[in-house]
Design a protein around this ligand. Structure first.
Ligand code: NDP
Ligand code: 2IT
Length: 444
C-alpha cells in the first residue's frame, strides 16, 4: 500500500483513537517522499507494519484505598516495535490515559528512541489511575497491583519501562521493588531508579537538560545567544523544572510555569530560590502552582496556559495538544524565535503548521525531549556492566547524543532556503533506521 492509503485505512480502523491518528498522520505525511524512493518498503508493507503496535496488554487493576474501598482502574502496556532493541518507554498515570494516548506515545517513542543512537525499541504503558490526592501507601498499593499484572511481560532485554506523567522516582521505586519480588532477578528492568539501587546520575534532569541542549544547538545555527532570553515554560513537573534549572544556569529568564489549573507569570524571570520552592511544592508537598503566586505575590492566570505572554522562546513541557493554533498565532505575533518541545506532541497540527510556515526554530518532542530516554539507555548500559558512571560522564554523553540528534535532523530536514524543517528531519531519520532494521529481519 502507498503511505497515504495506509493512513486512510488506519483512520477507518481506529476512528476512536484521535491522538494515535494525529501522531501517525504527521509521520506518514513527512516521510512519504523518502518512503516512495524505496519500492521494497511498499512491497513488504513496511509502513503499515510500523504503524501497528506489535502487541497491547490491557488489564483491570483492582486495589484497596485507605478507606477500605475497592478501586478499579485500567492498566496498559503497548509494545510497539522492537526492531532495534528491547521495547523501551515510560509509564503514565493520569486520569485521561486511554489506549489512543498510549498508542500515540508508543509510536512516537519508536522514532525518538531510534534517533538517540542507542539500541532501544519503542513502548509505552500506563493507567487511568489519578495520583492526585492519593496517600503514599495508596500509590504504593496501586503500583504493586499494576506490576502484578505486568511483570511477566517485561525484562531487562525484553521491555524496560520508566517514568512519564504521574510516574517519578517514587513510583518507579515501588514498581521496581515489586517487579524484583515477582521476577526474582536484579538486572534493572526499569529506568529512573533510585541511585542506591541501579539508577543513573542525571536521569531525573535528563529530559529538561537535554531539551535545553537541543535548543542551544538550534540557536547556534542562527548565531543566537540564550543569555537574557525570555522563556515561557508550561508544566511544573519533572521536565519543566529541570528545563528551568538549566536555563537559569545559562542566564536565560524563565517567565512562566504552570499546572493543569493555571499559570504563574514572573516577567523579570523566576529566581533560583523560587525554583527551589517549586521543586519542593511539587515533589514533597504535592501542591498546586497557584500556591507559588500566593507565596511570591506574582501574577496568576487561573485556568489559562502560558502562551499569551511575551517571550522569545516557548518550551511546552506538560502534555499533548496543550498549544493550539490560536496559541501559536499569539506566540508568533509576540515575536517568538524558537519552540522546543519537552512534552510529547504538545503542539496541535495547526500550531505545527504555523511554526513551520513562519520558519522559526521549531523542534518536535521526539527530537528535543529524547534526552530522558537517552539517559535511560545509559542507565541500561550501566546496569548491564554492573557499574555506574559519574555525573560528568553521563552529562557529557547526553550532550553528545543531543548534538547527534540535531545533526540527524539537519541532515534529513535541510531546506533549499537554508532553514531546517526539524519535523521532517526527525521523522525521516528516525524512520529510516527502524525501516532498515525491519527489512533486514524479515516478515515477523
Ligand atoms: P510530571 O507528572 O512530572 O509533570 C506533568 C506536568 O504537566 C504537571 O505540571 C502537570 O500538572 C502538567 N499536566 C499534566 N497533564 C496536564 C493536562 N492534561 N493539562 C495541563 N497540564 C497538565 O510529568 P513529566 O514532567 O515527566 O512529563 C511532562 C511531559 O514530558 C509529558 O508530555 C511527557 O510525556 C513528556 N516527557 C517526559 C519524559 C520524562 O523523562 N519524564 C521524557 C520525555 C517526555 P498537574 O500537576 O496539574 O497535573
Ligand atoms: O516520553 C519519554 O521519552 C519518556 N517518558 C521517557 C521514557 C524512558 O524510557 O525513559
Amino acid at each position: 500500500m502507498k503511505a497515504s492509503e495506509v493512513l486512510n485505512d488506519l483512520k477507518r480502523r481506529f476512528p476512536n483513537e484521535p491522538e494515535y491518528l494525529q501522531a501517525v498522520e504527521e509521520v506518514i505525511t513527512t516521510i512519504e517522499d523518502e518512503y516512495n524512493k524505496h519500492p521494497e518498503f511498499e512491497r513488504y508493507n513496511l509502513i503499515e507494519r510500523l504503524c501497528l503496535p506489535d502487541r497491547i496488554f490491557s488489564f483491570r487493576i483492582s486495589w484497596v484505598d485507605d478507606k477500605g474501598k475497592v478501586q478499579n482502574n485500567m492498566g496498559y502496556r503497548i509494545q510497539h516495535n522492537n526492531a532495534i532493541g528491547p521495547y523501551k518507554g515510560g509509564i503514565r498515570f493520569h486520569a485521561s490515559v486511554n489506549q489512543s494516548i498510549l498508542k500515540f506515545l508508543a509510536f512516537e517513542q519508536t522514532f525518538k528512541n531510534s534517533l538517540t543512537t542507542l539500541p532501544m525499541g519503542g513502548g509505552k504503558g500506563g493507567s487511568d489511575f489519578n495520583p492526585k490526592g492519593k496517600s503514599d501507601m495508596e500509590v504504593m498499593r496501586f503500583c504493586q497491583a499494576y506490576v502484578a499484572e505486568l511483570w511477566r511481560h517485561i525484562g531487562a532485554d525484553t521491555d524496560v519501562p520508566a517514568g512519564d506523567i504521574g510516574v517519578g522516582g517514587r513510583e518507579v521505586g515501588y514498581m521496581y521493588g515489586y517487579y524484583k519480588k515477582m521476577a526474582r532477578e536484579n538486572t534493572g528492568t526499569f529506568t529512573g531508579k533510585g541511585l542506591e539501587f541501579g539508577g543513573s546520575l542525571v536521569r531525573p534532569e535528563a529530559t529538561g537538560y537535554g531539551n535545553v541542549y537541543f535548543l542551544l544547538n538550534m540557536l547556534a545555527t542562527r548565531g543566537i545567544d540564550i543569555k537574557g532570553k525570555k522563556v515561557a515554560i508550561s508544566g511544573s513537573g519533572n521536565v519543566a523544572t529541570y528545563t528551568a534549572k538549566k536555563l537559569l544556569s545559562l542566564g536565560a529568564k524563565v517567565v512562566t510555569m504552570s499546572d493543569s489549573n493555571g499559570t504563574i507569570y514572573v516577567p523579570e524571570g523566576i529566581s533560583e530560590e523560587q525554583l527551589d520552592y517549586i521543586f519542593k511544592l511539587k515533589n514533597i508537598y504535592r501542591g498546586r502552582i497557584k500556591e507559588f503566586a500566593e507565596e511570591y505575590d506574582c501574577e496568576y492566570f487561573d485556568g489559562e496556559r502560558p502562551w499569551k505572554v511575551k517571550c522569545d522562546i516557548a518550551m511546552p513541557s506538560a502534555t499533548q495538544n496543550e498549544l493550539d493554533g490560536d496559541d501559536a498565532k499569539m506566540l508568533l505575533e509576540n515575536g517568538v524565535i524558537a519552540v522546543s518541545e519537552g512534552a510529547n506532541m504538545p503542539s496541535t497540527p495547526d500550531a505545527v503548521r504555523q511554526f513551520l510556515e513562519a520558519k522559526i526554530l521549531y523542534a518536535p518532542g521526539k527530537a528535543a525531549n529524547a534526552g530522558g530516554v537517552s539517559v535511560s539507555g545509559l542507565e541500561m548500559s550501566q546496569n548491564s556492566q554492573k557499574f555506574s558512571w559519574s555525573a560528568e560522564d553521563v552529562d557529557a554523553k547526553l550532550q553528545s547524543i543531543m548534538k547527534n540528534i540535531h545533526e540527524q535532523c539537519v541532515k534529513y530536514g535541510a531546506e533549499a532556503d537554508g532553514t531546517v524543517n526539524y519535523v521532517k528531519g526527525a521523522n525521516v531519520a528516525g524512520f529510516m533506521k527502524v525501516a532498515k532494521a525491519m527489512m533486514a529481519q524479515g516478515i515477523i
